[in-house]
Write a protein that binds this ligand. Structure first.
Ligand code: KG4
Ligand code: ZN
Length: 357
């Protein structure tokens, strides 16, 4: 079964063809970073317009790269929630039109759940990698979401905790902006923190725990602590406000490394709690860790997740970098799983700004 996936929830226009739910035949992503760079954030109206311009060329490119004609498409999957409403509408309208004109099933997919599917994709043509064993613990860390899930099955995902303020990717982007790095700053901050000589203990930034059993995340305190480290604490005696230009480059590098250390520790702490929580529940304990979202591309977090999984004897499915960030292969793959369970949508499918769970 060939599923055409479409993704347009934020600032990436993407299309992909996935065979039998796992084998990626093509995955094409057009990013709008240049469009939004001067505003240091995504401007919803500009994003919607860019999707209108790009959606059909990107779908064509995905079909061409897969070597699959429209007649060989068996279903159309679309990320219909969550996201910027104007952006989602473009992908949903395109997917509905294609499904209707081809007379093929349409399936709406939750973008956040699709991030967790990244580790289930198989990119090697003759790939025989085993599919992830469920139930699994799931971590999504992106620009818009930071959540931990218990993935009972691909049609039953339970959110155990989520951020109460900033998403981790948002914190990365804001801290990067504080350090004078261009939007989206996450990858640039990762590079800065990885420079030779970086001291990740130079600054003792806070690791948010919240209440003792909380599975939620909070990153606004960490973000503010970095701002104060760069600019000085307002109102503190002897603390003259500093301009970024006065902060030596080595110090910026150490701030970036110390931020990454605190951010990664907060994530691992909550994953550990979530695993303990899941072990106390009736039913099988997860032995698999699924991860997705742009921040999973972060080099430090990847190392820490690998170490955590090894310590806790979890099988980690760490997606390839290009399946961490927004793409349509995860949408097509999860869409195939939903279709197998008879969960096709109809032409009344709506774009919805919030996630399902
Ligand atoms: O999943 P994604 O592409 O879009 C959303 O659904 O939000 O995630 C984008 C986020 C941005 O905040 C970006 O800065 C962050 O992922 N990101 C990274 C890295 N690569 C992307 N953050 C830290 N380190 C990276 N290497
Ligand atoms: Zn995303």
């Amino acid at each position: 079964m060939n599923v055409l996936g479409i993704e347009s929830s934020c600032d990436e226009t993407a299309a992909a063809v996935v065979r039998d739910g796992r084998h990626v035949l093509s995955s094409v992503v057009a990013s709008q970073h240049d469009t939004h760079a001067e505003y240091a954030g995504v401007v919803p109206e500009l994003a919607s317009r860019a999707h209108v311009e790009k959606i059909l060329p990107i779908v064509r490119a995905a079909l061409e790269e897969a070597g699959v004609g429209l007649g060989m498409i068996d279903a159309v999957a679309v990320g219909h929630r969550p996201g910027l409403i104007g952006c989602l509408l473009i992908g949903v309208a395109a997917a509905k039109s294609l499904a209707w004109s081809l007379g093929k099933p349409l399936v709406g997919v939750d973008h956040v759940h699709a991030h967790l599917y990244a580790g289930a994709l198989e990119t090697r043509p003759t790939g025989q990698a085993p599919a992830p064993q469920l139930p699994a613990l799931g971590l999504v860390v992106s620009g818009g979401h930071t959540s931990v899930y218990l993935v009972h099955s691909w049609t039953s995902l339970e959110r155990l905790g989520a951020t109460i303020d900033d998403a981790l990717g948002e914190a990365y982007d804001k801290v990067a902006a504080t350090l004078g790095l261009a939007f989206p700053g996450g990858p640039a901050l990762d590079r800065l923190a990885s420079r030779d000589g970086a001291q990740d203990h130079a600054f003792d930034f806070p690791v948010s725990r919240l209440s003792p059993h909380s599975l939620d995340f909070s990153f606004s305190g960490l973000k503010t602590a970095v701002l104060y480290a760069v600019r000085g604490v307002p109102g503190e005696r002897d603390a003259a406000a500093r301009e970024l230009a006065q902060v030596p480059h080595d110090e910026r590098r150490d701030i970036a490394a110390s931020f990454q250390r605190a951010a990664s520790r907060a994530v691992i702490l909550k994953l550990d709690r979530a695993l303990a929580h899941a072990a106390q529940r009736p039913g099988p304990t997860p032995r698999t860790l699924l991860c997705g979202g742009g921040v999973i591309a972060n080099s430090r977090l990847r190392r820490e997740l690998t170490a955590f999984a090894a310590q806790r004897s979890l099988t980690l499915h760490l997606p390839a970098m290009h399946y961490c960030v927004d793409n349509a292969a995860t949408i097509a793959g999860l869409g195939a799983q939903l279709l197998r369970q008879g969960l096709a949508s109809d032409l009344t499918l709506q774009a919805v700004p919030t996630t399902a769970t």
